[in-house]
Design a protein around this ligand. Sequence first.
Ligand SMILES: Nc1ncnc2c1ncn2[C@@H]1O[C@H](COP(=O)(O)OP(=O)(O)OP(=O)(O)O)[C@@H](O)[C@H]1O
Length: 242
Amino acid sequence: MNAIETRGLTRRFGARTAVDHLDLSIGKGEFFALLGGNGAGKSTTVRMLCGLLPPSEGDAFLLGESIAQNSGKVKAKLNSSPQETAVAPKLSVRENLEMMARIYGASREEAKEKARNMMADFGLTEREKDRAGKLSGGLQRRLSIAMALISKPEILFLDEPGLGVDVRARRELWRILENLKGKMAILLTTHYMDEAEALADRVGILHEGRLRALGTAEELKRETGTATLEDAFLALTDGEVE
Ligand SMILES: Nc1ncnc2c1ncn2[C@@H]1O[C@H](COP(=O)(O)OP(=O)(O)OP(=O)(O)O)[C@@H](O)[C@H]1O
C-alpha cells in the first residue's frame, strides 16, 4: 500500500482549476518533493491531503483511507509543518512541544519527556524557556517541524520549509530532514530546486495544476538534456531554456 495515492484529484475555485486531475503515488518511507511556481497548485494539493479542503472531483488515499470518504480516520497518522508559522508565539519552546504532545494524547509526564527528547534532537534545549515568537525564522521552522514529529506521523507534509530561512539555517534544516529519510513518507513543497535535489528521492513538477513531470532529479535532467534541476524545471514548465 502506498502512503499517498491521488486519483484524478481536482480542486476548482470558481472558474479557476487550481489542481487538475492529479494522479500521484508516494511510497511509505519516500521523500517526495512537489515543485512548482507561484500558483501552480502545491498548497491546494497539500491542503486537500491534510483534510483542510474538500476536493471538487477525484479522491486521494492516505494509507489506504479515502479523504473524500473519511478524512478523520487517518488524521492521527499524519502531521504537517505548514507555510504559515505554526508555533504559538507567546508560549515557550518547551510549552509548544508539550502542548502538541498533549493534543495527541500524551499524559503530562509523557509530554514532558517527549518535549525533552525533541528539543535534544532538534538543538532547541538551550532555548527551551524562550518564547517561540522571539526565535529566528529558521529556529521557528525547526520548532514547527519538531512539533509535527511529536505525534510520530506516518506521513509528514512540509510546505515550503526553506522559505524565509537564511542559507546557514537552511543547511541545518536539511541535515535534520535528511535524518528523517526512510522513517516516514514526506511530501515537501518547495520553490527551491537545490532543496528538492538535496533531499528528495523523487520530484514531481506541477504547472497550472497539472503534473508536468515525475522522476528523480537525475531522470528529469536527462529527459530534458539539462545540467541542473533548475534548467530542467524551466524546460518542463516553459518549453524552453534560454
Ligand atoms: N481559497 C482560494 N480561493 C480562490 N482561489 C484560490 C484559493 N486558494 C488558492 N487559489 C488559487 O489556486 C491556484 C493555486 O494556488 P496554490 O496556493 O495552491 O499554489 P502554490 O503552488 O501553492 O503557490 P505558491 O508557491 O505561490 O504558494 C492559484 O491560482 C490561487 O490563486
